[in-house]
Write a protein that binds this ligand. Structure first.
Ligand SMILES: *Cc1c(COP(=O)(O)O)cnc(C)c1O
Length: 484
């Protein structure tokens, strides 16, 4: 167990020397003596350098993108340009307030207006709302829009939304939250939508269809036009979960191939560090016929400048977040899009795809990969060979990667792949860093045969070894005793 900052404490040692504190007349008048401490607070006493060293050492016990590759699948961008962090902290942006007068907010509104347009262009959609603050909330917003469309058309018989068994868990949850019945269809042997099964479940009650493209197996759903035609034939709408847009930027516009609604995850595709779960931004783009149902307000422009536009309030699904959503995430996305430009965005997608395919080829001889055709920005390998031959689970492999200096890939997702290892190197990794990661994975595959006991014990080098999750939940211990 490593030392806490209290263990380093030495009486009277301090970082800076300030004049002795005197509770003289004035302060004593403000604070009643009964509230003054009788004894000094038990704080650690250290020099500035001691403090710096302690926290730098602590930070290294964690894994972060600046320390090493982070192959988590379905999370997309891991490295975000540092200049974005500087720019969003600029006082022009971080001192504004949503209740300020519009004429003092024109610059910020212009950025939001332009971002709405850029995202519409990238996705081929007619209009985009920036308000939802997560991908999951974007899904909820999109499904509410589908519901509003059917209500306006008097489609009261629409009760169901169809989605594949490869879907992210938020998809069925969002449908259920809006009140739809979820119909799950099994993917075919190519990891794609099974058109025959889809035909069997399509009827007049279908309100919509939800699809991630590329799907969670890292495969492009190439029958999307046929799927869309089937859904549209019963006046259903087609929703795209755009969490994997990193594979499509500048290559495919979802709004042009049959999708009616989609969400973006700005915190996955367009910069913003997203470890720790937030804050995020999940804009929703729609085709023309769904524009009236978008949340209010939109950011619009007239002869007086930019303004919060409530003009479609009567048809809108309403507001989905306080004020206007997470401004700083939108700002990073805007900066990223403008810095990259159209060619840069396409380049990022192409590199993401190239890196994933290169890594997949390196690992193919050592790990089972069900769908070995060319992948998009990620691929799903699995640990079934290791499980069968050596009794090693994907969890063991993930833990062993920590010993080799890597974060684990996404494991046990998608649910339809046993022992799944979902790997996404992203566009920012060099050939050399991908080679090193592949080398670590290959070493692990060899260890599974030669020294499986190491795999059962891993991680061996981390400050905290394998934890007993079940016991941790049942026997909660949240205290750390300070020795005096
Ligand atoms: C991340 C993700 C989501 C949910 O997005 P959040 O921003 O985490 O709410 C939905 N679908 C897929 C495929 C994802 O990868």
């Amino acid at each position: 167990m490593s030392k806490t900052i209290f263990d380093y404490s030495v009486p009277e040692r301090s970082a800076v020397s300030l004049p002795p504190r005197e509770i003289d007349g004035e302060l004593a008048n403000i604070i009643s003596p009964k509230f003054l401490r009788k004894s000094p607070a038990r704080l650690p006493e250290l020099s500035e350098l001691d403090v710096m060293r302690h926290y730098i050492q602590l930070s290294h016990k964690n894994h972060f993108i600046e320390k090493g590759l982070y192959p988590l699948g379905s999370c997309t961008m891991k490295y975000n340009p540092k200049i974005h962090e500087q720019l969003v902290r600029h006082s022009c942006f971080n001192n504004i307030h949503p209740y300020q007068h519009l004429h003092t907010l024109q610059g910020s509104l212009e950025i939001l207006y332009e971002l709405q347009k850029d995202l519409a262009e990238i996705s081929g959609m007619a209009q985009v709302t920036l308000q939802p603050v997560a991908g999951a909330q974007g899904e909820f917003t999109g499904i509410k829009i589908i519901e509003a469309y059917h209500r306006a058309k008097g489609n009261s018989h629409k009760k169901k939304i169809i989605l594949p068994d490869s879907a992210h868990g938020t998809n069925p949850a969002s449908c259920a939250l809006v009140g739809y019945e979820v119909v799950e269809i099994k993917s075919n042997s190519h990891g794609r939508i099974d058109l025959e099964r889809l035909k069997e479940v399509i009827d007049d009650e279908v309100a919509g269809f939800m699809l991630t493209n590329p799907n969670t197996l890292g495969l492009f759903e190439n029958q999307i036009e046929d799927i869309a035609a089937l859904i549209h034939s019963v006046d259903g709408l087609v929703y795209m979960d755009g969490a994997n847009l990193n594979a499509l930027m500048g290559i495919v516009q979802p709004g042009k191939i049959g999708f009616d609604v989609m969400h973006f995850n700005l915190h996955k595709t367009f910069s913003t560090p997203h470890g720790g779960g937030g804050p995020g931004c999940g804009p929703v783009g729609v085709v023309d016929k769904l524009v009236p149902y978008l949340p209010v307000p939109m950011i619009s422009k007239n002869e007086d400048g930019y303004f919060f536009d409530y003009s479609h309030e009567n048809t809108s699904i309403g507001k989905v977040h306080t004020f206007y959503g997470n401004f700083a995430v939108m700002l990073r996305a805007y900066i990223y899009i403008r810095m990259m430009g159209p060619d840069g965005l396409r380049n990022a997608s192409e590199n993401a795809i190239l890196n994933a395919n290169y890594l997949m080829k390196l690992l193919e001889p050592y790990f089972h990969i069900e769908h070995r055709e060319a992948c998009m920005h990620e691929f799903v390998a699995d640990g079934t060979w290791q499980k069968k031959e050596n009794g090693i689970s994907t969890l063991d492999i993930a833990k062993r990667l920590l010993d080799k200096g890597y974060h684990a890939p996404t494991v046990y997702f998608p649910l339809i792949v046993p022992e799944a290892l979902m790997i996404e190197p992203t566009e920012t990794e060099s050939k050399e860093s991908i080679d090193s990661f592949a080398q670590a994975m290959i070493e692990i595959a060899q260890e599974c045969k030669s020294t499986p006991e190491i795999l059962n014990e891993a991680p061996l080098t981390t400050p905290v070894r394998r934890v007993d999750d079940v016991r941790a939940v049942k026997v909660l211990d949240l205290k750390h005793e300070i020795k005096n």
